[in-house]
Design a protein around this ligand. Structure first.
Ligand code: PRX
Length: 659
């Protein structure tokens, strides 16, 4: 409820000293002590090498970092297998009976506990199946799946045979899926008939079928039966998982690959309309994800039950559901559905039932729970929780305090972790038991990571000032490039400041030198923790036959962080009439959902006869964002609303005068 935002206890805390010292419990038990920072800073490469040695290497590395800016190679002469590190070595050490995944399907009662030994067996069968289908090391495999165990198995099976996976979020449309399959030149797609979300079975194979009409090079689509819905079948191309995978031997001899062998591609939005295929390699990435997971979440593999609420289709799912936690051999909860399926207290029931100890989620989810009311979590025993994490977008202090009080019982530390698809793993974060925490601050770079806040000339800003976030030294989990486009990689991340990685985020150092992330400084939007580019959405909108021009901005939104607002001119504005506008707007929104995903649908489409532009023809986005943010324009604002026209006209007139 809205009152929750003004929860008196939370308000009071917000005005108290805003720093929380590490709790005695954590100080006593933490995996690392305060000396970790000095140890890492004294020799970051040696420190990372020591962390890397916690993995199982077939050929131990002798070289740590080769850095020919902006191209890094970590542990390059070592060889290892990511899947063996996540599975075989735990089983070999006698931990095969330990539960790897408590999987919870969306329909009530649909659940499965999978041990490490079982996960290994399933992965071996899938690896054998992929090889039988002709997949070889280096081939790319697209994965488009719901949150089911087979998604994890598919990823690990690809890793096992050295075939980089490209997981595409199940919410993407057929068109977006086709673009990503084509860019990576994947020949095999692993999918499911559908999945359960929001209380119903959604279709996935139907999207793959449509996508594959645009991807003639794809030879095979391997389909898991999840929902039992009717699907079309293309003989010779489509094969059932239960026919092909289940028939395979449960043993697969894994080969070791060089540390720099590509592990996966993950597409993410940049400032242009074309998504970037960020690719990660094996040894450095596994080192980074397992080390951060162990230290940031203070993992005790014997007793912890971790739950990262992200979808496997995003980097958080890759690093903190699959590779980090499984490399560390922990037990996890994996949940298929939406937070309100089966009641708005679904999450709290799951935490109570599985005695989850560590919850890692996004501020958008927390703000949604705030709206739903504190009585829902209060109705369940959440005392098993000992640590909370946040990721994906800046967390506002109110949400942070609510999370601490109503989910963490005022006792769990909160780690606000800043990182990106590109960074592979957590970069800026408190360490529980070591650093203090402040509501809304990501605090300090992780040991072995060097970050700075700089001004426009690349000079560090003093404490108490804001600027641009940069990373000043290569790190093990860093992206190795943009798939097929090394120039774009160098240009996007390394050209703004010589020798510094430009993250695209604004940040501030407070008076203590602690870091606060302020959101993107480029044309990337963050909607409910989903990253979308203005150009990508504009490109989709102008693909609508009635549209002449579009300008998209991210306006701040209480729940989703940012929301998409589109200013649109139609091909023939004289034809606009009140009733038709509503229809056109609905059809533009539907068009964006088709071209990209429902997550990219603008919250508002504002029809306007013109867009404010500079003399050189550049759309004045900042002014449009002011329009979008400062005025309550209602849900459907059209040309017939004179205030908008006036507002935009006014902006244009003001600009003309400036000129
Ligand atoms: O703007 C930052 C925001 O999310 C962007 C990265 O998005 P993506 O590659 O999709 O990865 C999301 C999950 C790691 C960043 O450039 N972001 C992520 N975490 C935080 C954040 N902003 C503020 N605070 C965070 N903790």
């Amino acid at each position: 409820m809205a009152e929750e935002r003004h929860d008196e206890a939370v308000e009071a805390l917000l005005h108290e000293d805003r720093s929380f010292a590490p709790s005695d419990t954590f100080v006593a038990q933490a995996n690392v002590g305060p000396d970790v920072y000095a140890a890492a800073a004294a020799d970051p490469e040696a420190w990372w090498a020591e962390q890397a040695r916690a993995l199982e290497w077939d050929t131990p590395f002798t070289s740590v970092l080769e850095w020919e800016a902006p191209f890094a190679r970590w542990f390059a002469d070592g060889t290892l297998n990511a899947s063996v590190n996540c599975l075989d070595r735990h089983v070999a050490a006698g931990r095969g009976d330990k539960v790897a995944l408590h999987w919870v399907g969306e329909p009530e009662g649909d659940r499965l506990d999978i041990t490490y030994a079982e996960l290994l067996e399933r992965t071996c069968r899938a690896a054998n199946a992929l090889e039988a289908l002709g997949v070889e090391a280096g081939d790319r495999v697209a994965i488009y799946m719901p949150m089911i165990p087979e998604a994890v198995v598919a990823m690990l099976a690809c890793a096992r045979i050295g075939a980089p996976h490209s997981v595409i979020f199940g919410g993407f449309s057929a068109e977006a899926l086709a673009d990503r399959i084509t860019d990576a030149d994947a020949r095999v797609v692993i999918t499911a008939d559908g999945g359960f979300r929001r209380g119903a079975a959604s279709g996935l194979k139907v999207e793959v079928d449509a996508a594959l009409e645009l991807c003639p090079a794809v030879t095979t689509s391997l389909v898991v039966r999840r929902t039992g819905q009717e699907v079309e079948w293309v003989e010779g191309r489509d094969v059932w998982w239960h026919d092909v995978v289940d028939a395979q031997a449960p043993i697969h001899e894994a080969k070791a690959f060089p540390a720099e062998h590509p592990l996966y591609i993950m597409y993410t939005s940049g400032t242009t309309a074309k998504p970037k295929g960020i690719f990660h390699t094996t040894g450095g990435y596994l080192t980074h994800t397992s080390t951060t997971h162990r230290m940031v979440f203070d993992i005790k593999p014997e007793s912890d039950v971790c739950w990262t609420s992200a979808d496997i289709g995003w980097v958080t799912g890759h690093s903190y559901i699959v590779y980090g936690p499984l490399a560390n051999g922990v037990t996890q909860v994996m949940y298929e559905g939406t937070p309100d399926a089966g009641g708005k207290d679904r999450w709290w029931r799951i935490i109570d039932e599985y005695k989850v100890t560590i919850l890692y989620t996004a501020p958008t989810a927390i703000r949604t729970f705030m709206k739903w009311g504190a009585e829902l979590p209060a109705g369940h025993d959440l005392s098993s929780l000992r640590l909370l994490g946040s990721v994906g977008e800046p967390i506002n202090p109110e949400a942070w305090m609510w999370y601490r009080k109503h989910i963490g019982g005022d006792r769990c530390p909160i780690v606000d972790t800043w990182w990106q698809t590109e960074t592979g793993g957590i970069m800026i974060t408190p360490l529980p038991g070591v650093t203090a925490t402040k509501p809304g601050a990501a605090m300090v770079p992780f040991p072995g990571i060097s970050a700075e806040v700089v001004d426009n000339d690349g000079a560090p800003v003093p404490d108490g000032h804001g600027g641009l976030l940069v990373i000043t030294r290569p790190w093990p989990g860093m992206l190795r490039g943009i798939w097929g486009d090394p120039e774009r990689y160098a240009e996007t991340y390394w050209s703004k400041f010589d020798g510094l990685y430009f993250a695209g985020d604004g940040a501030k150092k407070d008076d203590d030198g602690d870091l606060w992330l302020l959101g993107r400084v480029d044309d990337v939007m963050n909607v409910s923790g989903h990253r979308l580019s203005t150009a990508e959405v504009e490109h989709a909108i102008v693909g609508h036959p009635a549209v002449a021009e579009a300008a998209v901005v991210g306006a701040s939104d209480d729940t989703t962080g940012q929301a998409i607002v589109a200013f649109v001119t139609l091909t023939s504005s004289s034809e606009l009439h009140g009733e038709d506008d509503t229809e056109i707007i609905a059809s533009i929104r539907a068009h964006v959902a088709d071209a990209i995903s429902p997550i990219a649908k603008p919250r508002q489409v504002i029809l306007t006869p013109d867009l404010p532009k500079t003399r050189s023809g550049k759309i004045m986005r900042r002014l449009l964002r002011d329009v979008a943010e400062n005025r309550d324009l209602g849900d459907v604002t059209t040309l017939t609303d004179p205030t908008v026209v006036k507002m935009i006209d006014g902006l244009m007139a003001a600009h003309a005068e400036d000129d």
